[in-house]
Each structure stands twice: as structure tokens, then as C-alpha cells.
Design a binder for this molecule. Structure first.
Ligand code: PSU
Ligand code: MN
Length: 330
């Protein structure tokens, strides 16, 4: 038996959201393995497509797409890479779509949760960011989403704050992320997560991870070293407290981390170039990631790949643990 929510004031909103979501899901295209897993209550891990189309160069992006999916499968869950193709939301992409995302990334727009409707209504192609992937995954009943690093509060005072933060706050799912991307202002990003009510838990770490390095100096209040305990915390958050999104902060493995001084210098240089070139808005993150890869001669791409796969592995373990708890409670 699922315990009754303690906070009934959240229940009407949750119910309305479920109804809206259910209507919306009718238009989704599920891959055969995702459809089977949904029907069986199996473990599914959502994966985003902006990291492929706009975050990684070709062919490393196609290799990453395959490696993420293989990692999820080898840890007992089903991968659901999410993208919009010809106006249809795909939850689980077939091989031609993964190849198109990698080879023709620039023919895919970068969709956040807010502008998904534009691309769907126009029958266009769009890669989904963390925000768009999170709302689609939650609508499809998927509880775990693995990415590289979420967006957040950019450095400086230009007010650029990724919609990822708000969308994750609203969406009842766990995002497994190596903190937030190192190009950001990490202390401000952690503060914004707190303000928005995103539960942040460090997996086997005491500090908010800094993407290419394990530590940022920003201490976390919660730490868990046990996937079963994480699953218990999350299901309690959602089923008893009407909770929204949670960020499971998973540091890059020590063997893959970049030297902090080198990457910090590269980030500072890339940021200066972006300012000089007047790059802002949706172009900023892809510009910075591309420049970092050039400045570090590809080391940043290798590190990004390692941390994303590490997140896919933890995401799969977590999805399996959550599915087991739900099966036991049913
Ligand atoms: N993680 C990565 N590489 C990426 C991203 C995440 O390792 O490219 C993408 C995600 O799609 C995230 C987006 O939502 O970067 C953030 O973009 P912005 O800062 O414009 O909101
Ligand atoms: Mn932005």
C-alpha cells in the first residue's frame, strides 16, 4: 500500500498535474523497450539530447549516446533518450535519430520546457535541455533522469539563470548530475536550488561537485552513500510530501577529474572570449563547452563523457531501487 500523502494541501495540484500530463502523454512516441518497461513498472532512466546535439562535437556525441544507453542497460534499467523529431516527442530514440542528433546537431533547435510547444506545433526537430527532458520524463512517469551537469546561475550580473533550475524544482523526478557545469557560479546555483525547493543530496560526497572536478568548496547539507537509502528518501519526498525535483549530486570519478587550476583557467579564458564576442542566451553554454574543448585539447570532452556515464550508472541503480520499492509497496 502506498502511504497516504501527509500534506493534503498538495494533493489537488498533484492530481490536476497528473490529468494534464496524462492527456499530454498521448502524443508521445515511446520506443518499444520504453513502452514495455512502462507497462511492467520497470526501471527507466531518461537521457537528454541537448548534450548530444549542442554539448559535444561529432563523433564523440554519437559515441556518448551509445555509451550512456549501454551503461543504463548494463545496470538493469532501460534508457529513454528524449528528443523532438518532426514535432513528435520521442521517449526513447531509435538509432537513426541518435545518429541525426550527433551528425546534424545544428539542425536541431535547443528546446527548454517553455518552448517545446513551438517546435511540436511547427513539426520541427529539437534537442531537449535538462528542463525540457525533465518535464517530458515526469509526464511519462519516469522518475530518474541522468545528465552531465544541469544549467544554473551564470557568473557575473547579467541575470542569466537557466530554466533548468525552475523546471527541475517543479517536476517530481530525480536528476543525477555532476553538480552543475563549472562555467557557472556554483555557490549562487546552490542557493537558487535551495530557494526553489530542489532537494540536493550528495552521493558519497560532502561538497557540491564542480563538474570537471569533484569539489567546489560549497558544502552540502545532505549526503547518502547508499542507493537504497536514496530511493527511500525520494519515494518519501514524492509520495508523502508532494515533493518536486531532487538533484542527486554525483562527483566525477577521481581518475577522470581534470586538474582544478588548469580547468579554472580555461573557464576564465572561455568566459572572457564569450563576453568579448557578445555571446549570450542559449548560445552561451554551447559556446563555452566548445571553447573549453579547444583550449584543453579535448580533455574537457573526455572528462564530460566520463562524468555523464558515471551519472547514467548511478541513475540506473537508483531507478532499479525505486522500481523495487514501488513493486514491494503495491
Ligand atoms: N550537461 C552536459 N552538457 C550539456 C548540457 C548538460 O554535460 O551540454 C546541456 C543541458 O541540456 C542543459 C543545458 O540543460 O546544457 C543548459 O543550457 P543553458 O545554460 O542555456 O540553460
Ligand atoms: Mn541561459
Amino acid at each position: 500500500m502506498t502511504p497516504k500523502p501527509l500534506l493534503s494541501r498538495h494533493a489537488p495540484a498533484a492530481e490536476a498535474a497528473t490529468l494534464r500530463y496524462n492527456a499530454w502523454v498521448q502524443g508521445f512516441h515511446f520506443s518499444p523497450e520504453v513502452a514495455a518497461a512502462r507497462a511492467a513498472g520497470g526501471a527507466i532512466v531518461a537521457l537528454e539530447s541537448t548534450i548530444l546535439a549542442h554539448g559535444f562535437p561529432y563523433p564523440a556525441n554519437v559515441e556518448l549516446a551509445h555509451e550512456l544507453e549501454t551503461t543504463v542497460r548494463s545496470h538493469g534499467a532501460v534508457p529513454a533518450t528524449i528528443a523532438v523529431v518532426d514535432g513528435v516527442v520521442h521517449v526513447g530514440c531509435d538509432e537513426p535519430t541518435l545518429l541525426a542528433l550527433g551528425r546534424e546537431g545544428n539542425t536541431f533547435r535547443k528546446a527548454g520546457a517553455t518552448d517545446l510547444c513551438v517546435y511540436v506545433a511547427r513539426g520541427a526537430r529539437a534537442a531537449t535541455t535538462v528542463s525540457a527532458t525533465a518535464v517530458i520524463a515526469a509526464a511519462a512517469g519516469i522518475s530518474v533522469f541522468a545528465t552531465g551537469g544541469i544549467g544554473g546561475v551564470h557568473r557575473g550580473n547579467d541575470g542569466d539563470i537557466s530554466h533548468d533550475l525552475v523546471a527541475v524544482a517543479r517536476t517530481p523526478l530525480a536528476v543525477v548530475s555532476a553538480g552543475a557545469k563549472a562555467i557557472l557560479d556554483l555557490p549562487k546555483t546552490v542557493e537558487a536550488l535551495e530557494t526553489l525547493g530542489v532537494l540536493v543530496i550528495g552521493y558519497a560526497c560532502n561538497e557540491f561537485p564542480a563538474f570537471y572536478t569533484a569539489e567546489s568548496g560549497v558544502k552540502l547539507e545532505h549526503r547518502s552513500d547508499d542507493v537504497a537509502e536514496l530511493a527511500a528518501i525520494l519515494t518519501t519526498h514524492w509520495s508523502q510530501f508532494g515533493g518536486g525535483g531532487a538533484l542527486i549530486a554525483n562527483p566525477i570519478p577521481a581518475t577522470a577529474a581534470l586538474p582544478a587550476d588548469r580547468i579554472n583557467q580555461a573557464v576564465a579564458d572561455a568566459l572572457r572570449e564569450a563576453t568579448a564576442a557578445g555571446i549570450s542566451g542559449k548560445q552561451l553554454t554551447p559556446f563555452l563547452l566548445r571553447r573549453l574543448s579547444e583550449i584543453t585539447q579535448g580533455s574537457s570532452v573526455i572528462a564530460n563523457r566520463a562524468l555523464a556515464c558515471n551519472n547514467a550508472k548511478l541513475g540506473a541503480q537508483l531507478a532499479v531501487a525505486i522500481a523495487a520499492r514501488r513493486a514491494a509497496a503495491a
